[in-house]
Design a protein around this ligand. Structure first.
Ligand SMILES: C[S@@+](CC[C@H](N)C(=O)[O-])C[C@H]1O[C@@H](n2cnc3c(N)ncnc32)[C@H](O)[C@@H]1O
Length: 279
């Protein structure tokens, strides 16, 4: 027992495990996630509806998203942004490895007669001959990726972005890192909880990696029949570290904002957004 508990609190090496698929594609958890995406009042799997509407309006005017403008949204979820881009006539592609989210996005497009292609796949494996005017990755989905995965992803962006196209994405800031404390919490669910339909014990450890400005939320879920660990890595950035990373991968950061709704950059905020162009 002592050994098992010691394992629970063991700090892995940075990005030692990648379990994003368990978090987003598990048959049961993805149903809960879809519920969060579609709850218009909360910032959980997606941001709240008022923010998304404001963000779409800003993106549409800032990047002239209109008839036949090619937009690709990486980690599109159930299509809360892509649906609205398609409603403005854009030629939309959405990529997500959650089958449940992609099915929801496809159904919405079919019901509304929208031109949108939804691809059910891991965006780290996306290949295409197409070129996009705008690539989006919204709600800090860049942050759970390891340096090697981010390099792969930026390579994919570079290949499929038009020479005069733009990438828009948001990330967690070092302020968020500084404000977060290491912690250990325990929860018990009788069943029908977030993690499992069955009774389960959930231990959550938050680890900080000071040198890397990296956070880890490690969830250990223990049911009668099985146990698993889910690792949610969160790379935090300063404008300089993000700029450097983009430069190393053939991009230059053209603009910084506080969010993907065009709010002016705020050095005190927990997140920031950038517009990057091919260097
Ligand atoms: C935080 S949610 C944001 C969803 C959407 N961008 C929004 O703001 O409404 C992250 C999304 O990325 C997807 N995702 C995470 N890792 C992925 C991967 N490797 N390949 C494809 N989709 C991924 C998840 O399934 C989830 O829908």
């Amino acid at each position: 027992m002592f050994k098992k508990l010691q394992n629970l609190t063991k700090r892995p090496k940075p990005f030692e495990f990648y379990t994003a698929a368990s978090l987003w594609t598990d048959e049961y958890i993805s149903q809960k996630m879809l519920g969060f995406h579609l709850d218009e009042s909360v910032d959980l799997a997606s941001r709240n509806k008022a923010f998304i509407d404001r963000s779409v309006d800003w993106i549409v005017s800032r990047f002239n998203v209109g008839l036949d403008v090619a937009v690709c949204d990486f980690g599109c979820g159930p299509g809360l942004y892509t649906t609205q881009f398609a409603q403005r006539g854009a030629d939309v592609t959405g990529i997500d490895f959650s089958r449940r989210s992609i099915e929801h996005a496809r159904k919405t497009a079919a019901e509304q007669g929208l031109k949108a292609e939804y691809l059910h796949l891991d965006y780290l494996e996306f290949t295409t001959d197409r070129k996009f005017d705008l690539i989006t990755m919204i709600y800090c989905d860049f942050c759970p990726l390891s340096p090697a995965q981010r390099k792969t992803l930026l390579g994919i962006f570079h290949k499929c972005l038009k020479d005069d196209g733009a990438v828009l994405l948001d990330v967690l800031s070092v302020n968020h890192f500084d404000k977060t404390d290491e912690s250990r919490t325990y929860e018990y669910s009788d069943g029908d909880g977030f993690w499992s339909p069955d009774p389960c014990h959930v231990f959550t450890n938050i680890f900080k990696y000071d040198q890397e400005k990296l956070l880890l939320n490690k969830h250990t879920i223990i049911e009668e029949a099985r146990a698993c660990d889910i690792y949610n890595w969160l790379q935090c950035y300063s404008p300089e570290t993000l700029d450097d990373e983009f430069k190393r991968n053939g991009f230059s950061v053209a603009e910084q904002f506080a969010d993907v709704a065009g709010t002016p950059y705020d050095p005190e905020a927990d997140q920031f957004a950038v517009v990057a162009k091919k260097a």
